[in-house]
Design a protein around this ligand. Structure first.
Ligand code: HEC
Length: 128
């Protein structure tokens, strides 16, 4: 089962009703953070980040993206993207559309411009 499918299933169990189209509410239930601290785009971006990026960039030592950035920055910047305060939306969008080293580029059929913008808002939220 995909992450997205399990998110929807979990929300249906929690809400006791079909929850299709209830995106922000779903992410709030599974990943509570004060709503005022994040834009709606950033909250949606967190779900897409978990779906498309966390397999390589989660804050775990065995993830290839996290390992590569640990090696690249040697502790000068956090190895986990979600902990960075220096990322800009432009930088995130560039890497997602172009890829780097073993990171694949993502086509618009895989991640829409709106999804990439949401992920970029999420990963740059600490830099404001
Ligand atoms: C298959 C694994 C993989 C996936 C999936 C992946 N990445 Fe990466 N990513 C990497 C690796 C490895 C690097 C580091 C490359 C290097 O050595 O510079 C990287 C680098 C980056 C960087 C550059 C960070 C820096 O400071 O140099 C950004 C930003 C980034 N990824 C964002 C994302 C986002 C957003 C997604 C999801 C849409 C994603 N990545 C999905 C493996 C992955």
């Amino acid at each position: 089962m995909s992450l997205r499918a399990s998110v929807v299933t979990a929300s249906m169990v929690l809400m006791g009703a079909p929850a299709f189209g209830a995106g922000p509410a779903v992410s709030w239930i599974l990943f509570p953070e004060p709503a005022s601290s994040q834009s709606a785009a950033a909250q949606a971006g967190k779900v897409d980040f978990l779906h498309a990026c966390a397999v390589c960039h989660a804050a775990q030592a065995d993830r290839p993206g996290t390992m590569s950035l640990q090696f690249k920055y040697a502790g000068r910047l956090p190895a986990a993207l979600e902990q960075r305060t220096d990322l800009t939306p432009e930088m995130v969008t560039y890497y997602v559309r172009h890829g780097i080293a073993m990171m694949p580029s993502f086509r618009k059929t895989e991640l829409s411009d709106a999804q990439v913008a949401a992920i970029a808002a999420y990963l740059s939220r600490k830099g404001k």
